[in-house]
Design a protein around this ligand. Structure first.
Ligand code: COA
Ligand code: AMP
Length: 640
């Protein structure tokens, strides 16, 4: 129990004296100039962290390790069953790559504060590019390679980058996905014109470059390495766009100073990882997990990180994760539960595991969605190691809850729970009137202000969006958008989103955005898109569509067109494949669609008609529509 006392003491000290707690945590960072103040609370309730401090994240991730004698340790392993390559770079080699790419960006006019869009598959150049931007104080915005042209265009217009870095193709299972047609379309759609496009030609597909495009390999060979620039703690490191309740994604901003402190803290305390460990987050650099735990946190800590270009299955089989763990002696592994469900489907008895030696592996961390008890039990009995569900989001940048391994190996892991609240955060469950709920009572999961370092200081281009989206609903708190409860022992249970965000195979998507696409179809009078539970992907979207009276086309045709359009405008990973026709949608008397009620029907819950509903009979119609189409079966089963 001694460890439990250490966790409790750390938690308590962060609550009672946050200044001292975060001043001590900042000692992990090799600042160029140390901060003058630790925390200054702003008018909006958030805080400015480490004012007066200067640093450079790339310096901390690379140069410093070389200076401290870690130059010959492997920093990055690129393991790609998709391309058949396994390559590696020591800290010294990675520094050389990054310094040269930083030089290339500089010679193309990129300087302090300029934005660079990185639209790359899981290739090492994506890591080089992020660090190269950090090195020169440019702000990167990585766009997930699965996003379609329109999404890329939206991000180009919001971030207004000088340079766009991309590749000729991505590799998805046995498919080669050409990138340039998408990039060309995005550049055409965007109002902002990118000055320079640098294209990485992959051997699987050589793209025809446009006039003015630079060939990555040609120009990098001529580039001169550059040093790092000193930036203030508050200088933006990156913008990462995330789906919210509106159609327009929010540009979550991350700073250099608070981010470095928070990530170093999380690696030591939450993941129990130290310099020399091999850390593998099987995610994508396009998501926050990739930013924080493929690139920045492991490298800042002096760990070896793995960039995996493949899938948990069919690249080539369900043993691929176990192969990577054995081959690179992985100590800490992190992925989304959906990946394990995919493995379990193909290898239910875990036979593949017998072929590999997993003795290096200490813990497995899972996040991105709730780990369902069945997957948790399967994995625990198979691996016989701690399986640690932990909860956080793009906006926080690092875990809010989990079972911290740096304090305690014997802190209990509770099936179905996202763990205890981690030192630095204060989670409160509140009801609709912003009153704290009792233990075990479900409500909105909110975080007490100010948020700790590393969390978003603003939304790019529009601070008022941060205030409106996160700070207004529950005064004094940050609104996470999740619902859940805390039990008597302080364990947090996240039960799902309470807004129009869904999690599909670990990918965060806005149903509002899909709704806007569906609504734009000429035959559609009204529509709603909600998430339904799915055995493999956790959730998938379903469209409820009311056709115009004069619509002549057959519904099956319209259905196909809608599915095609969402795939074209957002991307295939949205998994928008279910569309049902409804005669009416439930609305309030003032004409507002009752989306929360629709979500409850989709979740198989007993729904009480809200007092404002126009006609309660519609709820039965919708529920029977779901039953007839076999949609929401899993949810109905789980609610008996
Ligand atoms: N580029 C282009 N297309 C992509 C893509 C990418 N980066 N990622 C997914 N897609 C496509 C897929 O090829 C598929 O296309 P299809 O409809 O033509 O077959 C479609 O999007 C659906 O993708 P997905 O839902 O991801 O299913 P999948 O079968 O390809 O893979 C998993 C399933 C579980 C392996 C995968 O979703 C996964 O690894 N998820 C984890 C996500 C994650 O890391 N989240 C971060 C939190 S840790
Ligand atoms: P993202 O910003 O893409 O990381 O998605 C964040 C959202 O994913 C959270 O708000 C939750 O809804 C969900 N999520 C992440 N981790 C967990 C978890 N461990 N348990 C339940 N939901 C999670």
């Amino acid at each position: 129990m001694a460890d439990l006392v250490r966790y409790a003491a750390a938690f308590e000290s962060a609550v009672s004296n946050p200044e001292a707690f975060w001043t001590a945590a900042a000692e992990r960072v090799a600042w160029i100039k140390p901060p003058v103040t630790t925390r200054q609370i702003r008018g909006d309730g958030l805080a400015d962290w480490y004012e007066g401090g200067t640093l450079n994240t790339c310096h901390l991730a690379l140069d410093l390790h070389v200076e401290q004698g870690r130059g010959d340790q492997v920093a990055l392993i690129y393991d790609s069953p998709a391309s058949g390559e396994i390559l590696q770079w020591t800290f010294s080699e990675l520094l050389a790559e990054v310094a040269r790419l930083a030089g290339l960006l500089t010679s193309n006019g990129v300087s302090l504060g300029d934005r660079v869009i990185i639209y790359l598959p899981m290739v090492p150049e994506a890591v080089f590019a992020m660090l190269a931007c950090a090195r020169i104080g440019a702000i990167h915005s990585v766009v997930f390679g699965g996003f379609a042209a329109k999404e890329l265009a939206t991000r180009i217009d919001d971030a207004t980058p000088k340079v766009l870095l991309t590749a000729s193709c991505g590799l998805e299972f046995d498919q080669v996905i050409p990138y340039l047609p998408l990039v060309d379309e995005a550049c055409q759609l965007a109002r902002h014109k990118v000055a320079t496009r640098i294209i990485l030609q992959r051997k699987q597909l050589r793209a025809t470059l446009r006039h003015g495009d630079l060939d990555w390999q040609t120009v990098i060979a001529l580039a001169e390495p550059v040093g790092f620039v000193e930036v203030p703690a508050s200088h933006p490191l990156y913008i990462l766009y995330t789906s919210g309740t509106t159609g327009k994604p929010k540009g979550v901003v991350r700073d250099h100073g608070g981010h470095a402190v928070a990530l170093l803290q999380s690696m030591a305390e939450t993941y129990g990882a130290a310099a020399g460990d091999v850390f593998w987050a099987a995610s994508d650099v396009g998501w926050v997990v990739g930013h924080s735990y493929i690139v920045y946190a492991p490298l800042l800590t002096g760990c070896t990180t793995i960039l995996f270009e493949g899938k948990p299955v069919r690249t080539p089989d369900a043993g691929t994760f176990w192969r990577v763990i054995e081959a690179h002696r992985v100590n800490v592994f992190f992925t989304a539960p959906t990946a394990f469900r995919a493995i379990r489907k193909e290898d239910p008895m875990g036979d593949r595991l017998k072929d590999y030696d997993l003795s290096s592996l200490r813990q497995v961390f899972v996040a991105g969605e709730r780990t369902d008890p069945s997957t948790f039990q399967w994995l625990s009995s198979l691996l016989k190691r701690p399986i640690i569900d932990h909860w956080w989001q793009t906006e926080t940048g690092w875990p809010v809850a989990g079972v911290p391994q740096g304090y305690a190996d014997d802190l209990a892991i509770l099936e179905g729970s996202a763990g205890v609240v981690l030192p630095g955060f204060e989670v409160v469950i509140v009801d609709e009137q912003n009153r704290p709920c009792a233990a075990n009572e479900t409500g909105a999961v909110v975080l007490k202000l100010p948020l700790p370092p590393g969390c978003l200081p603003t939304v790019w281009n529009d601070h008022s969006r941060l205030v409106a989206a996160y700070l207004q609903a529950y005064p004094g708190y940050y609104h996470t958008g999740d619902g859940g409860y805390v039990d008597e022992a302080g364990y947090l249970f996240i039960m799902g989103r309470t807004d129009d965000v869904i999690n599909v195979a670990g990918h965060r998507l806005s149903t509002g955005e899909m709704e806007a696409i569906v609504a734009a179809h000429p035959a559609v009078a009204e529509c709603a898109v909600v998430g339904v539970q799915d055995r493999d992907k956790g959730q998938v979207p379903v469209g409820l569509v009311m056709l115009k009276d004069n619509s002549a086309a057959a519904f099956s045709e319209i259905q196909k067109e809608l599915i095609y359009q969402v795939r074209k405008e957002i991307g295939a990973f949205a998994n928008f494949k279910l569309v049902i026709e409804v005669a009416r949608l439930p609305k309030t008397r003032s004409g507002k669609i009752l989306r929360k009620t629709l979500r409850q029907i989709a979740d198989g819950l007993t729904v009480e008609a809200p007092p404002t509903i126009d006609d309660p009979k519609i709820l039965e119609e919708i529920a029977s529509g779901f039953i007839q189409s076999g949609i929401g079966e899993i949810a109905r089963q789980s609610h008996g």
